[in-house]
Design a binder for this molecule. Structure first.
Ligand SMILES: O=C(CO)[C@H](O)[C@H](O)COP(=O)(O)O
Length: 223
């Protein structure tokens, strides 16, 4: 069984203690830092932006996976790259010229991700799937942490896995929203490569241990 990437979402962390939260993630078995950028326009919530991302990057010793839940993301790609982003994920629903935006991300030297809202079918990615490094499947409606996982996600992962395979794409499948120890094994079995977990990690008694438990799921699954 492949090694699942665990990307805790900073959105659920203690914003007054980002240095210690970052150090906890450095110590933990987390693979990436997931950074949720919300603009109050694409989604009905505002999180934080470029300076806070750069501040987290000062302490992070792992790649920053930056999820842009914003309109006109192409205007800010370079700023987020300079703030430390390794992966830049834009929303399909926010990009009129998605192919151009993907090209801009790659020209910056970042990995390119595309996120899909729950209502958006994976088939919209048919003509760009070979150009991207990651598909972020939203398993909640974006904008808030702590929401209930949408069960249709499993079917969507299966359809996306088939599309990736038939297109000879190397894109990773990332699942974002409502991920916990109950649904994570089924998500991995369905084909998820990256699990984003916010409240399940940061609201737990021992976040480091919770990350360890998520990371160890692979070992319990028969390949
Ligand atoms: O993108 C997001 C919300 O738009 C968050 O990353 C996502 O909701 C993860 O948080 P949680 O694990 O608490 O559901």
């Amino acid at each position: 069984m492949k090694n699942t990437i665990i990307a805790p979402s900073i959105l659920a962390s203690d914003f007054a203690n980002l240095e210690s939260e970052s150090k906890m993630l450095n110590r933990s078995e987390a693979d990436w830092f997931h950074i949720d950028i919300m603009d109050g326009r694409f989604v009905p919530n505002i999180s934080f932006g470029i300076p806070v991302t750069a501040a987290i990057n000062k302490h992070a010793q792992k790649p920053l996976d930056v999820h842009l839940m914003i309109v006109e993301p192409e205007k800010y790609l370079e700023d987020f790259k300079n703030a430390g982003a390794e992966t830049l994920t834009v929303h399909y629903e926010a990009c009129t010229h998605l192919h151009r935006t993907i090209g801009q991300i790659k020209e910056l030297g970042c990995k390119a991700g595309v996120a899909l809202n729950p209502h958006t079918p994976v088939s919209v990615l048919e003509d760009v799937i070979q150009d991207i490094d990651l598909v972020c499947v939203m398993s909640v409606n974006p904008g808030f942490g702590g929401q209930k996982f949408i069960e249709n996600t499993y079917t969507k992962i299966e359809k996306l896995s088939a599309l990736i395979k038939e297109s000879n794409s190397n894109a990773l499948i990332e699942i974002d929203g409502g991920v916990n120890m109950d649904n994570a094994p089924k998500l991995i079995k369905a084909g998820a490569d990256v699990l984003v977990a916010g409240s399940f990690v940061f609201n737990s008694q021992n976040p480091e241990n919770t990350i360890k438990n998520l990371k160890s799921i692979n070992k319990t699954l028969v390949s």
